[in-house]
Design a protein around this ligand. Structure first.
Ligand code: GDP
Ligand code: MN
Length: 376
């Protein structure tokens, strides 16, 4: 489970990492008074479980309490990458001298943790990592030894961070281990013009397996606050929103995951993960299609079904029926293979729809869906 920024900063503060003073509110009416308590001038920050808020206009400086109210009104209700803003945090602004990046992530491949740190933090960190990887230090951390004070100094030095960032690295490790996190990230960690080191933004992902001893964050995750994911969860679908433009429906998690890979291999980006499971009934197909079609980022849809216990003619019937209740607005490429594939394909042919086409192979269907998305 991901935490909101304001929850992450609460953990940072509890472990001795300095953060700016802040208040969390959920209505513009509270903004004036809150800003007043914080000294008047504030940064208004959207609380959503996604990054890139700054670039999306979800982090704004307000010069006084009246401006804070106006800005809060603008940011509340905003949609940031499919996440509706329901709360904002008002924080005391700081004058930034330098921005750093620090994080610990679980490195599953190597069975260890990884410290990632850079003296060039801030909103362009992805760009820095992509174009000048040497500016980002990646240092393995033994899970048993952890980040001792000595190790923290080593990490800071490797990333060319100032020596006084080392205590933060040490404390951040304690956040990771004591709070059962799989990821902790501070971007930016800043040095202010008056020489203080402050965590200005935080991301923490908790290990769901430790949920039983982290009950303070609630028993259940709200599905990331993502509207499409909430709608899908309400319909009992296994749906995860992704950043691309090719909508994906498949039966079986393994097949759906390989479908994502094949679509990516065709140079397109999957818009979602959606596993409709074994049954693939008309109702489930209709629910799945309606969720995917309501994603404005989707340009084409790829339905990839391998009939095992489910036979393809049943799936084809499901698609035909679904198309009676869902208005198709984007091209649909269907690949049916396996149990009763020929019957299934014949059913779709018999109910020809101008936006539906078939392909007999997974690769062929993926490249056609990619092509249709690119042409849209
Ligand atoms: P993100 O875009 O979701 O990562 O949101 P951040 O909380 O990291 O804010 C984006 C950027 O806003 C940061 O990288 C800072 O450059 C800037 N920012 C945030 N808080 C302050 C502040 O108090 N003072 C100043 N000058 N800039 C800030
Ligand atoms: Mn940030």
């Amino acid at each position: 489970m991901d935490l909101y920024e304001h929850q992450a900063r609460q953990l940072f503060a509890e472990h001795g990492i300095a953060v700016p003073q802040a208040e969390v509110i959920d209505s513009a009416a509270e903004a004036k008074a809150a800003a007043g308590r914080l000294g008047g001038r504030v940064v208004v920050k959207a609380q959503v479980k996604t990054g890139g808020r700054g670039k999306a206009g979800g982090v704004k400086l307000a010069a006084d309490p009246a401006a804070a109210e106006l800005t809060t009104r603008q940011i509340l209700g905003m949609d940031i990458k499919g996440h509706r803003v329901r709360t904002v945090m008002l924080a005391q602004p700081v004058d930034i001298e330098e921005e750093f990046y620090v994080s610990y992530v679980l490195d599953r491949t190597n069975g260890t943790f990884l410290a990632i740190a850079s003296a060039e933090g801030g909103m362009e960190i992805e760009e820095v990592a992509a174009t000048r990887p040497e500016a980002v230090a990646r240092i393995p951390v033994d899970p048993v030894e952890g980040v001792t004070e000595k190790k923290a100094v080593e990490i800071a030095a490797a990333a060319a961070l100032p020596p006084d960032a080392a205590p933060v690295l040490h404390r951040l490790w304690q956040v990771l281990t004591r709070e059962d996190a799989l990821l902790v990230e501070v971007n930016p960690l800043v040095r202010t013009t008056d020489g203080r080191i402050l965590a200005l933004d935080g991301k923490v992902t908790l290990d769901d397996n430790a949920r039983f001893r982290q009950s303070r964050w609630g028993a259940k995750d709200d599905p990331h606050g993502n509207l499409l994911e909430s709608a899908a969860a309400a319909k009992g679908l296994n749906y995860v929103k992704l950043d691309g433009e090719v909508g994906i429906i498949g039966n079986g998690a393994g097949l759906v995951m390989s479908t994502l890979d094949v679509v990516a291999g065709c140079g397109a980006r999957p818009a979602n993960f959606l596993d409709i499971g074994g049954g693939a009934s008309a109702a489930v197909m209709a629910d799945g299609l309606s969720v995917i079609l309501s994603d404005p980022a989707v340009k084409s849809v790829f339905v990839n079904v391998f009939g095992g216990i489910t036979s393809c003619d049943a799936v084809a019937d499901g698609i035909v029926q679904a198309l009676q209740s869902v208005r198709l607005t984007k091209p649909l490429v269907v690949r049916l293979d396996g149990n009763n594939a020929a019957r299934g394909r014949a059913i779709l042919d018999a109910h020809a729809h101008p936006l539906v086409e078939q392909s007999t192979t997974m690769d062929g269907a993926a490249s056609r869906a990619a092509q249709l998305a690119a042409a849209a």
